[in-house]
Write a protein of this length. Structure first.
Length: 265
């Protein structure tokens, strides 16, 4: 593990949870509003002029937004491992395990590359934040609609054709127990069909900080984001998407276990 400051995980008492939740959500709302306005009135016009449809400048503000929230927090830290695996000029389908609402925050703060991600359609209807997400080119989806799912796949394909990365959570929903559960095929089929490498990313610490179905900050936490080596589906002799999916999943499970046991990764 890198020699970086890692907060000792400690469950907060009720009043501590109440206080830190109030501080963190208040700060998050303020920073979200600030960066949304910056997106809409500064980054968006510049992006339309210079970004060739990639919305790179707007996503750079998302990176600043995520790093500002974590930097503002007295109870969160982030450690990034394996950033050297990112190759300049390449784009990926990023697959990450999903523990918490904080996962997007952690990945945005950790990866200095332009990527888009899927988000619930309802989020795009929130004033300022939703408008900023739309301007950034993030992809809305209604999970209960097959038509919406197909439209999202078409949009992701167009994003990949612009040489922009896409972040997907192949578990499909947040893990209720912090373990990595079964992966769906979508991300891996997209990688095969578009000849794009898979970039595996393992996240830990977010689920303990803000568990599923909770709005209360539970623990002081260090978010660990481990960037794995890119995987090409062409490396699999028979081109088996299923084999690639399971191999990547089992490697991510092993990496998560090593992180939690404090072993070198």
């Amino acid at each position: 593990m890198p020699a970086m400051k890692i907060l000792k995980k400690r469950t907060l008492g009720f009043w501590e949870r109440f206080f830190y939740s109030l501080v963190m959500w208040g700060g998050t709302v303020f920073l979200t509003l600030f960066f949304s306005l910056l997106d809409l009135f500064v980054a968006l016009p510049l992006s339309l002029l210079f970004d060739c449809g990639t919305q790179r400048m707007i996503h750079q503000n998302s990176i600043r937004w995520a790093r500002s929230i974590i930097g503002f927090s007295p109870i969160w830290r982030i450690v990034v491992i394996g950033r050297e695996h990112l190759q300049k000029g390449k784009h990926y389908i990023i697959v990450a395990n999903h523990q918490s609402l904080l996962d997007i925050l952690a990945v945005c703060a950790a990866l200095p590359i332009n990527f888009k991600f899927l988000a619930k359609r309802e989020l795009f209807q929130i004033p300022f934040m939703g408008w900023s997400m739309a301007a950034a080119g993030y992809v809305p989806v209604d999970r209960g609609s097959h038509k919406s799912g197909r439209e999202a796949i078409h949009r992701i394909t167009r994003v990949l054709k612009k040489s922009v990365s896409v972040l997907l959570f192949p578990e499909g929903t947040r893990s209720p127990d912090g373990k990595i559960h079964a992966f769906k095929m979508g991300a891996f089929k997209l990688a095969r069909d578009n000849n794009v490498e898979i970039l595996p990313v393992v996240i830990d610490g977010t689920g303990q900080a803000l568990p599923k179905r909770s709005w209360f900050i539970k623990k002081k936490s260090t978010f660990i984001v481990l960037v794995g080596k890119p995987v090409s589906l062409e490396d699999f002799a028979d081109g088996s998407v299923e084999e690639a999916k399971e191999k990547i999943r089992h490697e991510m499970i092993a990496q998560l276990a090593r992180i939690r046991h404090g072993k070198d990764v």
